[in-house]
Design a protein around this ligand. Sequence first.
Ligand code: ADP
Length: 501
Amino acid sequence: MASWGNRLKQSLDPFIHSIRFRLVLWFVLILGLVMVVFSGFLYYRQAQDVRSVAMARLNFTLDHALGGREHEGAGEQPLTTLTAISGDTPVLVSDQQNGEILAIQGIDGTVLQSAGVLGTAELQALKLPASTWNGVQNVSVPKTAGTARGRYLFISPAILQNNQVSGYLLVGVPLDPNNQLGKLLLSLILGNLVTLAIALTGGFWLADRAMRPVRTITQAARQISETDLHKRLNLKGRDELSELGNTFDGMLSRLQAAFERQRQFTADASHELRTPLTIIDLESNRGLAGHRSIDEYERILGTIQSENKFMIRLVNNLLSLARMDAGQVKLKFEPLDLSEVASEVIERLQPLAHSQGVTLEVGALPETPVQADRATLSQLLTNLVENGIKYSASVTNPRVNISVGQRGVNGNSQAWVRVSDNGIGITPEHQAHIFDRFYQVEQSRNRANSTDGDGAGQESSGTGLGLAIAQWIAKAHQGEIRVESVPGQGSSFEVVLPPDR
Ligand code: ADP
């Protein structure tokens, strides 16, 4: 029995906790409350009407019974203040069809005479007190033959003879002879129940319809796995849930793109590492295959070392990008002079430029205040100047120029730093991609420098990540990086940063 109860509870539990159920429950509760209050008000107003009609009848019956005799409640006076009538004991004349009760009580409460729907014995059984009441009484009269149902309004003025109370005139009329209030109550209860039943069914139907997209979203979310992010909800319509569905689809698209980028990144990274690893493997095998001259061993070791250096740079760049993507790079913004950072970079790269036969030219370096992170800004400029050196070294009289300045654009001031070279340049179709990760215009060309000579050139061979990192840094500074280049004439990279305010 207990387990059956448990099973029922278990199967009902999801339903009871569903939004659908709670929504409908609240809706029906609130509707029920409103209807009960409204019905109560209606019933109260109707009860008041019924009572005032009964009071008018009571007044009329009293007047009729007294046959036009003076009494204290006559005319405009409300019946409730009536206390006494004077003169002889009235003669009781009653129209029984209206369910009236007329009687005369002695001062001890005995019913002496009656002319209404109840006889003296029945009235006596009601045990109405010898009138000590003042005004109108609402008394429940048992249903006996002839009486209208239930409640009666009674009035009981004292009969005064020679200023002495000689008895009481008892006049009663049914409060609600046609049972209007009972009928109204029944109609209200039935009406309320039917309305609530309709609200309950309609509410469930509506809530079910409204929640359908939520179930679609839940099902779709269940089907989405890490490897399959292709599923979309494609909810039609312009309501809130369709909006939620579309936002969900948008999120899935972004997630899919992010996963795809991640996958591509891992694939590219492995691919980039494969070449140096193969070279190291080949060279070491060559060295181990037989006796070599010292010169040859030196060449083999030189190649292995330079490939290793390339891999170290590649891994460092990969780590930088991974940390950037993961939001682990915390920039420490501080007021800096852009020209000062540029001078430091030039000074540091002077030996490299010299070794490559490239002249590092310093253009205008006015004091240019910016809010920036010194380490990453310095890395950005280093990447650009290194590229300038790398891609101009092969031309005659190679030069790399660095200048810094400030200008106003649309009322805003911008700080800029420009690195230009007279090197090999970049064709327009490549310019759009050079900031992509691992994008290299001509990989063999970049790595070609490396294999000849003593390996010094290898240190500057490309990983295809330098500009991607530079762009990330510029964006992290709310800045941007642009390129202008003419193949065979040279390239110019400009970084724009918001100034220090
Ligand atoms: P890399 O490590 O190969 O230099 P980058 O991301 O720094 O990678 O640059 C991407 C590509 O853009 C390079 O492979 C190169 O072809 C091109 N590039 C970058 N800077 C220059 C430049 N100053 N002159 C000519 N080509 C350039």
